[in-house]
Design a protein around this ligand. Structure first.
Ligand code: SAM
Ligand code: SF4
Ligand code: F3S
Length: 458
């Protein structure tokens, strides 16, 4: 009887021609992974992806709450959609992601154009929510933390990413409660997916063309399922025939355990780039942030990894102008950047987030924060330019990901994730090729493929 009802509903959807979904994604890689998995799910009830939102019968906004006026951005975007669809049939409007979780019911009240709100741990309910909405026209708010059920459900639907480099979420949520951050509230408590479920998804991705897997988690190195840690996962996944590269992001210094550091000795597929956000170079500020580690501990991790493999590079996130940051604290951050020479980093001015501890702290003067951010970014950019320059006339192994937009060149990434544009062809996509770097700028290396006879590969 349930099956009959579902079939009837399915027919109703088809007759209503609710078939094309446009997904706009804000935020981190985990949101990108989620958007892809949402698409995999709604395909089961007849939706196809469209890149043209004017064609869409369903408009889904996957939101991020990490900084600034996240909520206002969503309402602004909905305003735009409303205008576009003024003379057309209204699309189904779904808000997912971290703003959906934080605002839930409020969004439905404030903006009647929104039909449902689904939080990050409830994506397994999306098909039923759509079907129920079509049947009952009832506004829906799904924001429980039900991560286990979500991943059980998603593991039964194939991951449709057929990219050379694919994301794979292994861990969700956070128990660390840094005083500036909304993630523990929007993503819920730390949860690690079962080991076998992850390995099966990785195998599927590799069987369908992926050469690189990027393991994701808000605290990816806190992964712990039964006795399995991130180190065990890396070593298991690198045995999959056809996989070439493994990466993971984002890690917390506190969870950079010995077993993970040791993997850099034995793994053949783990790339020599560690994204390890430090946020500030000052112990005083780290304490005020509730980061639970010191700069000395961070430097120890850096030294150990460099000792294992000197080509390992670090990247980081920085929060500038955190409440309590004085000139001396800022100088500590500046000096840390000089010392570590991060290959690539994200830096932002502190943004008070509602509901977090630091939201009540006294702000650093805006002009001072801007000045400091400028100074930090100039130094980070200078590092990047110098590192990239040091690759000129060297040969790098590049994993070819795609053709460039104009289809005249190929685009790939070095072992350190730096973009490389060179003279490859469509047939090279998915291969690792030696590329001689001829020219560089801050973000990109330009080169040409070398013949096998060239030997010196960096
Ligand atoms: N779990 C990671 C860690 O512990 O480093 C970070 C994940 S968070 C999604 C990504 C980055 O956003 C953080 O590293 C931090 O630099 C930045 N961020 C988070 N909250 C912020 C805030 N209130 N203001 C400015 N930047 C913030
Ligand atoms: Fe946010 Fe990362 Fe801190 Fe968790 S560990 S609260 S995700 S910054
Ligand atoms: Fe944003 Fe949520 Fe990711 S707040 S950064 S989308 S975990």
């Amino acid at each position: 009887c349930r099956l009959q009802t579902r079939t009837l509903l399915y027919k109703k959807i088809t007759s209503l021609m609710v078939k094309k979904i446009f997904i706009k994604t804000f935020g981190c890689q985990m949101n990108e992974y989620d958007s892809n998995r949402i698409l995999d799910s709604v395909k089961k009830i007849g939706f196809q992806k469209t890149d043209n939102y004017e064609d869409a019968n369903c408009y889904l906004l996957n939101t991020c709450h990490i900084r600034d006026k996240a909520k206002e951005k969503v309402y602004h975007e909905i305003g735009r959609v409303k205008k576009i669809f003024r003379s057309k049939q209204k699309p189904l409007v779904i808000i997912t992601g971290c703003v959906a979780q934080a605002e839930n019911e409020e969004m439905l009240k404030r903006e009647p154009y929104i039909d449902f709100v689904i939080g990050p741990q409830s994506y397994h309910k999306i098909n039923n929510s759509i079907l129920n909405y079509i049947e009952k026209q009832k506004k829906i708010n799904e924001t429980e933390f039900d991560t286990d059920t979500k991943f059980n459900y998603l593991s039964k639907i194939n991951n449709g990413s057929n990219k050379v480099s694919s994301f794979l979420t292994i861990q969700e949520g956070c128990d660390k409660f840094c005083y500036f951050c909304v993630v523990p509230y929007t993503r819920g408590p730390e949860y690690s997916r079962p080991f076998k479920q992850i390995v099966d998804e990785a195998k599927y991705l590799v069987d369908h063309g992926s050469k690189e897997i990027i393991l994701l988690g808000q605290n990816v190195n806190a992964y712990q399922n039964e006795n399995y840690r991130l180190s065990n996962l890396i070593l298991e996944i690198e045995n999959i025939a056809g996989i070439e590269r493994i990466r993971y992001t984002t890690s917390h210094p506190k969870d950079m355990t010995e077993d993970l550091i040791e993997v850099y000795k034995s793994s053949k597929k783990l790339m020599p780039l560690v994204h390890l956000p430090v946020q500030s170079g000052s112990n005083k500020i780290l304490k005020l942030m509730n980061r639970n580690h010191t700069i000395e501990e961070y430097l120890q991790i850096f030294d150990k990894l460099k000792g294992i493999n000197s080509s390992i590079e670090f990247s980081s996130d920085f929060i500038i102008g955190y409440p309590g940051e004085d000139e001396e604290d800022f100088e500590d951050t500046f000096n840390l950047i000089k010392k570590i020479k991060f290959i690539n980093s994200y830096s932002f001015i502190f943004s008070p987030r509602p509901g977090t501890t630091a939201a009540n702290y006294e702000l650093v003067d805006k002009t001072i924060s801007k000045k400091r951010l400028n100074k930090v970014q100039n130094l980070l950019f200078e590092n990047q330019i110098n590192i990239n320059k040091s690759y000129e006339d060297k040969i790098l192994n590049v994993l070819v990901e795609n053709l460039t937009k104009d289809r005249k060149h190929t685009f790939g990434r070095s072992q350190h994730m730096t973009s490389v544009i060179f003279d490859g062809q469509k047939e090279d996509i998915g291969k690792i090729l030696p590329v001689k770097i001829k020219k560089t700028n801050r973000s990109t290396l330009f080169g040409h493929i070398v013949k096998k006879s060239d030997k010196k590969v960096a």
